[in-house]
Every structure is written in structure tokens, then in C-alpha cells.
Design a binder for this molecule. Sequence first.
Ligand code: F6P
Length: 549
Amino acid sequence: MAKLTETLAYAKLKEHKKSLDNVRISKLFELDPKRIDDFTFEFNDFLFDFSKNLINRQTLNLLIELAEEQKLPEKIEQMFNGEKLNFTEHRAVLHIALRNIENRTIKVDGWDVMPKVNSVLLKMRNFTEMIHNGFWRGFRGDRITDIVHIGIGGSDLGPRLVCDALEPYRKPNINVHFVSNVDGRDIQKVLNNLNPFRTLFIIASKSFTTQETLINANTAKEWFLRNTNASEKDISKHFVAISTNEEACRKFGIPPENMFHFWNWVGGRFSLWSAIGLVIALYIGFENFESLLEGAFLVDKHFRNTPLHQNIPVLMGLLSVWYNNFWNFNSQAIIPYDLNLRLLPDYLQQLIMESNGKRIDKEGNVVNYPTSPIIWGKVGTDCQHSFFQLLHQGTQIVPIDFLAPVEPFHSLDNHHNVLISNLIAQSEALMQGKSKEEAEIELDSTNLDPLDKIELLPHKVFPGNRPSTTIFYRRLSPKTLGSLLAFYEHRVFVEGIIWNINSFDQWGVELGKQLAKKVLQYIESKKIDDTVNPSTRKLIEYYLKNRKM
Ligand code: F6P
């Protein structure tokens, strides 16, 4: 595979970009009356409108040439066939197997993974039903009403987002709580309001070595034992674990029958479809969890079988490459006009940036081009009153994904019409902008002093031509949400292939973890090594001097 910047398509795209440098998106609609048909795609309950982007047919053709040169179709096939695309850890990348509802054989090292996947799903189904119908009770015989999910990163963000988003589908009498942060306030605030006899803790950690999760799990265990006078053996009615590490779970005191397995071919940030999603099944019911899987499965099929020109995640990924590598737009905003998706930006920050925030290519070289954009965002319309100023008139151009449901979960039609009008208006305003002439006419209609008008004029101009994609879905059902998240997962895959990096490892999070252990030793022993940097020493000393322990 050629180095990205040495591909033929890269050179062509560089050249082609020049032809778009001074073209306005609005002009592209005039130049190509079929643009709206060419750049909007319907998929089940979705409409993707890519037409307000800085692209034309030629851009797309060249981006697809680039994808072909980087062997994207072959790589997609390899992922679906269990090849070890996670090349630094020698692991397959098989989150698609977790929602392979047609039960196609998928082999890793010659073994079909599906029997194991299906048996964990069955165990999850049985457990969920036992909690819901009261067959599984606390050690004293109380029904379980509260589930505390303890995990962090990929073992938290996905389930947290899905539960929050699908709250309208929740089962009666089941509350879920999430604890991720090692900041003691996180767990304290949750535990303060719980009845331990009715509480089930799910300890979710792929490795079962993550510092934050283990500290929180131990605090939960101590709290449970202290407040119930239960014995160690009673823990089994109140603690279950989800992990690939059976030994560590056992050491913690969770017996194997209370463990839900998953495997090292599931990346943490791709794991909500695995047993990590147990809390989702408990919250919205197993049938709804299955619908979530089905939604993702439908997108997997689309990703695998659709020609690149009509392949939605491929287009999403290529667009990201186009902006990052050719326009130097190195940040992207995710703006859901849907309160149920308020956690989507947080979730996508991990999914996209932990996957593609890399600087070494497959051959071990430092890349000479930007990789992952910085992902950020917040729900509309709130953010219109915070950072939208920068989006409209700032010096940086930030491509945006707008998302919204056609049907809301409430009956306040007037609210929803206003919400959606705002979304559509923002995408239009960002694209059209306001010219000097338009601003002048507007100012002329006011009774401001003429000098004030002149002074104000440049501030009233909006450059426009700022790109966005709008994603509409009919209603945020479990199936729709499953599809939406799978679209983004595959977008990440596409980007990673074009950039020739490993989207499935995360070595960059290790150094901080190692050093945190060292610093903790200094704090606990109150002895600081001579080799410690003066700033770091000062911080530790200041902390020790002022902390009342
Ligand atoms: O933050 C690094 C990371 O390794 C993530 O990739 C992962 O999702 C998270 O920590 C939690 O890891 P685990 O599930 O092993 O506790």
C-alpha cells in the first residue's frame, strides 16, 4: 500500500481542491441541478444530507479512487472475515460478530466465534429475565430495583449513551446509575441514594486491571458489606462482572457463574454490543437490546455490500479525510438536536479520537499528514448560545454533523417545530452566510447613526461556505440508534484505512497510567525520588503540605 501522500489520488485531490477553493457551496447547487439527489441518501429510517459540503461529483470520484488505492474494499472484507487488522496487538476486529444476527460463520484462528457469542447472549437474556421477573433477588430476598454500572472509557460511554438515549423504552421499576470517575464524588453521589438490599453492581472492565474501575468496585463492595451486614458469600447476589479476565474477577470475589465474557477481538470502544451492554438489556429489556443489535447488523451489511459511491459510512469517512488532509479543517463538531443524544459527542470523542488519534503508520513511520480530527459538540439549541459564534464568524472552519429525529418522544409539537427549524436554519446560515451588501441593506433599514453603521458593517458580515452534514432519523428507536452508532464505527474504520494507521489499539493512554502509579507511590510514602522534575515535585509537595489527611 502506498504512503497516503504518495498515492496518485492524493495528488489528484490536491489539484482538484484548487478548483473548489473559490467556489461557494450554494453555487455548486446552481451548477449541478442533480446535486441534491446525488448527495442525499436514504437508509431505512435515515436521511443523510451531504449536499451542504465542499464537494462535487469529481471530489467524490477522486476520494473513491483514493479509497481504492488504499485497498479499502479488501480491508472491509478482511475485517468481516476475522483477519487480524489490529496489527500491534495481533487481534481480529470483530465487533461485527456481536451483532451477526444471521449467524454467519466468522472464524478467528480457525474457530467460529459465533457459538460463544450466542451463548453469552443467551446468558444475558436469562439473567435479564430473572431480574425483571424477580427470580433473581438480593441475598435477603428483595427485588433488584437499582443497577450500578461501574466501568470507564469503552466500558462506560457506550452503555451510558444508549441507556440515556433510550430512556423512553425503559422497563418499569428498574433504575440504572453509572459510575466511571475515580473522583470519589462520582460513586458517593450514586451510593448515597441507594438501598443496598435492592442494588446490583455490574463491574465492567475488559482487562479488569483499570485503576479507576477497581477502586470504584472495591468502594462499592465495602459500602455493600458495611450497610447490609452481609457475608462475603452474599456478594454473589449483588455483584456481576463483565470481562475477558476471569482470574481477576474471581480474585475480586465474583464467582465464574456471575461473569459475562467477551473477547480480546472486541475493542473496548466497540464493546457496547457485547456483554458490556448487559446494563442496556436490563434497562430497556432484552428484545430492545436485540433491536439495537439488529440496527447495527443492517448497517454492517450495507457497509460490506454497498458500492463505495453509495456507501454511507464510506462517504462519512472520506469526507473527514477530505477536510482533514486537504482543507486542514482539523476539528469536527457533533451537534444533536435531540436531548436523547446529549451524550453522543462524549461517546464519539472516544470512538473517533482513541481510534484514530495516531501518528505512526502500519510500516512504523511517523505520518506526514494529519489523522483524527478533534471531536467535540453539544446538543442544540443550547450550543447556539455558546460556541456557535465561533462556528459562524471565527477564524477556524469546523465541519459539523447535525442530527435530529423527525418524531420526538414528547407531544409538544410547537417545541419540536422550533427545534427542527433551528437546526435547518443553522445549516443554511453556515452555508449561505451574509454578504457585505446584505449586511448593508439590513443596517440601512435601522435608524442607527451613519457612522455607527459603517463601523458595524464588518461585524455584521458572515463569510458562510461552512460545511455541514445533516442526519435525520424518523424516531430514535433501539434499532435506529444501533444503526447510527454502527455508521460512526465504520466511518472510523474507513478513516483508519486511508490514513494507514491502527484504529484498534490505544498505546497512547498507557504512559499517563504508568506515571499515575508512580506519583501515587510518592504521595502515599511521602518520599519523592531525586530524579523527579522540579515542577512535578513542586505539585506533589504542595499537595502533601496542604492536604489534611
Ligand atoms: O482509556 C483506555 C482504555 O484502555 C480504553 O480503551 C478502555 O475502553 C478503557 O480504558 C477501559 O478499559 P477496561 O475495560 O479494560 O477497564
